[in-house]
Ligand binder design. Structure first.
Ligand SMILES: Cc1cc2nc3c(=O)[nH]c(=O)nc-3n(C[C@H](O)[C@H](O)[C@H](O)COP(=O)(O)OP(=O)(O)OC[C@H]3O[C@@H](n4cnc5c(N)ncnc54)[C@H](O)[C@@H]3O)c2cc1C
Length: 310
């Protein structure tokens, strides 16, 4: 079997790291160290909609890349922001060895009802992909977001898929999906992508279950379909945090096993900075680098272009 690897996501979660100031940063850097030990191909640092976390995101991205030595993928949105902010972010990454960007349109910033194309050149994720390619050629490895159940702004799944293809045609190297809990939905999505000529890797977005409240919030906010058996079991367990955690761990291990059986070799794990549960899941799947000679991570300086099938 070809090497398996994992991705982790370092999330500033819409603001500075938890904890205050320097201590918050130290705590997060310690987590990055622990995540590094898991052998990810890269870690992601999210970007607050409208640039609300731009300074923190850039600071953490550079710290992960340069201080911790992790291959880093920085998220970047392009709406509700001036072009100068986009340029500053890209230039900072370019100058500091960050070679992976997840290019996004972005949602409305907190407290606003809709997103706005502040710069008329940036209305969609595809505009940002085009811009990065125009300005930096092949320097960056570019990822984009994909939605197995369709993006919530577009009721037409077919045109949504065509818009995804436009992002790839504009120069994206790989796709990371929205979270999902129905493996068949992801596999159908990949098949539909392949049928319209999207050939790049499509990494499944795996969201472990940390708490009942968090799972409810994420599935509701992202309008993600929940298999009926899962919904029923989570309802039964909702007053027992330990049982939710144990059930969630089993569910995700089973889901990733099913994906592996279908040929998936790399996963995007939304860690929410929680390394303990992710470590347990990866250990059970024999995907930990130090424990598995099968695992391999890319050199920290190389642009990341994961391989994945189906
Ligand atoms: C893996 C992942 C990571 C994320 N990270 C972040 C983050 O760090 N920060 C953050 O703020 N948000 C993040 N998001 C959320 C994301 O910003 C939102 O889902 C946003 O609503 C869509 O961004 P996009 O780039 O996928 O949109 P786009 O690809 O631009 O699509 C948005 C909508 O517009 C439609 N569309 C696209 N092109 C056109 C066109 N030419 N004409 C008409 N309609 C069009 C699409 O069908 C879709 O409905 C992330 C999402 C995912 C899945």
């Amino acid at each position: 079997m070809p090497p398996s690897s994992v991705e982790c996501e370092g999330l500033p979660q819409g603001g500075p790291p938890r904890g205050r100031g320097d201590q918050g940063k130290i705590n997060l850097l310690n987590r990055f160290e622990r995540m590094k030990a898991l052998g990810p191909s890269f870690i992601d640092i999210t970007w607050g909609a409208g640039g609300s976390t731009s300074a923190t995101t850039l600071e953490l991205t550079l710290a992960a890349q340069k201080e911790i030595g992790l291959n880093t993928c920085m998220h970047l949105t392009c709406t509700n922001m001036d072009r100068e902010q986009i340029d500053h972010a890209l230039e900072t990454c370019h100058a500091n060895g960050v070679q992976n960007i997840l290019a996004l349109r972005g949602d409305p910033p907190q407290g606003q009802e809709r997103w706005v194309a502040t710069d008329c050149n940036f209305s969609y994720g595809s505009d940002l992909v085009k811009y990065i390619r125009q300005k930096y050629g092949d320097h960056f490895c570019i990822a984009v977001a994909g939605y197995p159940e369709g993006h919530q702004d577009n009721e037409c799944k077919e045109s949504d898929l065509q818009h995804l293809k436009s992002k790839v045609d504009a120069g994206a190297d790989f796709i990371v999906t929205q979270l999902f809990y129905d493996v068949e939905e992801y596999l159908r999505f990949v098949a539909r992508c392949r049928a319209i000529g999207i050939t790049c890797p499509i990494l499944p977005g795996i969201m472990p279950i940390y708490t009942h409240a968090g799972w409810t919030r994420m599935t509701t906010m992202c309008k993600v379909a929940v298999p009926p058996a899962m919904a029923a079991r989570m309802e039964e367990l909702k007053d027992s945090p330990e049982e939710v955690l144990a059930y969630g761990e089993d569910f995700i291990v089973q889901m990733m096993t099913q994906l592996q059986e279908a040929g998936v070799k790399q996963f995007h794990i939304y860690t929410l900075n929680q390394d303990a549960l992710v470590t347990r899941i990866l250990r059970r799947l024999d995907l930990l680098q130090e424990e598995s000679p099968k695992s391999a991570s890319l050199p920290s300086t190389a642009p990341t272009s994961p391989s994945n099938s189906p």
